[in-house]
Design a protein around this ligand. Sequence first.
Ligand code: ACO
Length: 327
Amino acid sequence: MLKTCIKGTGSYFPPRVVPNKFFESIVYTSDEWITTRTGIRERRFIDNGLAFSDLALPAARAALDMAGLPAEAVELIVVGTSTGDMISPASACILQKKLGAPRAVAFDVSAGCSGWVYSLQVAQKFVQDGSHQCALVLGGEVLSNRIDYQDRTTCVVFGDGAGAVVVGPCNGSDDGEILSTHLHADGELWDLLYLPGGSANPPSREMVEARMLYVKMQGNEVFKQAVRSLSAVALEALEHNGLTPDEIDWFIPHQANIRIMEEVARRLEIPIEKVIITVDRYGNTSAGTIPTSLDEAVRDGRIKRGDLVLVNTFGAGFTWGASLFRF
Ligand code: ACO
């Protein structure tokens, strides 16, 4: 098995900033409620006419740039998303065309907010066995057109954005290493958080009128499950590698709600100064939260080569996971 590492990171958010105040005019809410209950101050929404792959493309290009690799070198594209351009084909294939990566095997992974961590593990297996040298792993969503602007518990929390990393074999001592990734799922609780609109709810006037095009979430139940699972899987990753929380340089939790992040950090005894926080500016971009936060912290110089980084995720399914890597 080859050792694998992250060779480059990239991210992209659409330029349109949507502050909390925007929601005050369409649902019964307030900037104060959203800020104190979620930590979110603003998020980004795409403009009409754009789609997921329009966010994924600049993120992918930035990650390849950092890795010093041309698009033609990409042999595998794995995209974690639940809101791709279309139900079929996979957004990975649309991205492959836009990017100009004709050699790449390309497919999507549907694991809700855990889509990027699931995709990382899949890509890692391809690289570890030596069959693929250069993998692009993306995560992101366009949720602004799949949230119900009549449901104040969901419409205020989500945002649009995409992040990417390039994964390849470790070549030298300067490279980091992906130490391990741990994944879980529990389908028993799928109906606490879902995005209808597939074969169980085919297109019809009734389906649209019943607002079955939009994210459904029992937020407070999801909250409790998220805290438990995020804490447990982070500990699992640490124990697997014989590490303790104080040895971590940076912790990137799934950015869904600042109260969840603070509680998980408290349970792990990781000081808040080591927690990368982007939820205040981008909201919950689901599968996009971890790769975009990683990219921000790499580019602003907080995360440096060699740093030990712990990430964890939780989302629809339920699915959850953690990954531990030396950047
Ligand atoms: N503005 C004002 N009041 C609101 C709003 C709002 N936007 N949303 C809910 N409320 C009200 C509710 O109606 C309720 O009022 P009531 O007591 O009169 O019935 C009250 O606030 C409390 O409702 P809760 O749902 O218990 O509010 P909570 O504090 O749990 O916050 C939230 C809701 C933000 C959705 C929170 O539950 C949450 O973040 N959940 C987790 C989401 C998550 O972790 N997702 C991650 C995995 S899934 C993914 O990322 C896609």
